[in-house]
Design a protein around this ligand. Sequence first.
Ligand code: BGC
Length: 416
Amino acid sequence: MFKLSTLAAAVFAASAVLSAQAGEVEVLHYWTSGGEAKSVAELKKIMQAQGHTWKDFAVAGGGGDNAATALKSRVVSGNPPAAAQIKGPAIQEWAAEGVLGNLDAVAKAEKWDSLLPKVVADVMKFKGNYVAAPVNVHRVNFVWANPEVLKKAGVAGMPKTYDEFFAAADKIKAAGLIPVAHGGQNWQDFTTFESVVLGVGGAKFYNDALVKLDAKAIGSDTMKKSLETFRKIKSYTDAAAPGRDWNLATAMVMQGKAGFQFMGDWAKGEFLAAGKVPGKDFLCAAAPGTSTAYTFNVDSFAMFKLKAGDAQKAQADLAGAIMSPAFQEVFNLNKGSIPVRLNMKMDKFDDCAKLSSKDFVDTAKTGSLVPSVAHGMAIKPAAEGAIKDVVSQFWNDDKVTVADAMKKIATAAATK
Ligand code: BGC
């Protein structure tokens, strides 16, 4: 009797402790493809192991446009999720609305300032306070290929220049296969476009034209050549590309229907989730002309102000979990990206990730580490959206001339 009541008291005390600490985290994200879902499941597992309840708020749609719309309506109605996948300058815009919480307690305790590259930490802060937690570093200027397709078509290896790329594409076409798997959605069009601009013009030109939005660079011969090269790539895509999701384009490469895909390294997460082996079943390389440059895309979760104490605790635990070495490793092994936390061991990562990690460090030194515009890292969302629309119109309609597109990009760049 005595023993039983002691046990009951202990159980009661334990559950009281758990419920005092445990809370719910509602997490808005757009990770719904095979590789993405596997990755985010790791975060859910960590939170559940800490006794918290994970409320999944997944909004399908690559690149996150649909998720951004869903978030706006929830915040406007005064009911934000605990955390939302927001990145780059959009973090600043949300923070300026006064709706984000302050993560400084956990950031100070865990020494985030010393664990993150300064460029990344600055993006996560508003007026000096942490308001978001970074997850990873994705490299956008990658091209993926099916080695069997290349072999069948008589292509010797991954193309390093656009001349080599178009020669390879011609051979794949002649072999009766689709040279380039593409999904015609404006963020995917721009993912290809920014890699072309980087490859044709180099990192300085990319920065001038697409980040600083300098009118001279936008009106230059280099931009003309970039647009011409971009349009030429389109002629190697299939008629069913418009509207296709990015992961379905990746599947075309996987299944040997297509040779190449221009896509960030979340595509690798897709190959891996399907059990494919890098270097054997699929190849990765920097997009033509970009091996000494790097377009970065850092995923992060901004945290919204919450009232309830248990919810705040769960939210702080989420931020801590995101930056923990264990999560940074397992998440990024699945996601295709590399850890954003500095000094992580890369021994479990494959060669594509090791290449990304090395190039991230090297390009930071040479000044050719540049923010991805397609993935919300570089410019204010309004101008980004307007420029993306112009580039997609150009891609979709051959009647839009290169000169027209250049003029329209310059106008779109001024969108406030
Ligand atoms: C995100 C990735 C995501 C991809 C496709 C990118 O903007 O940074 O995390 O996998 O879009 O949805």
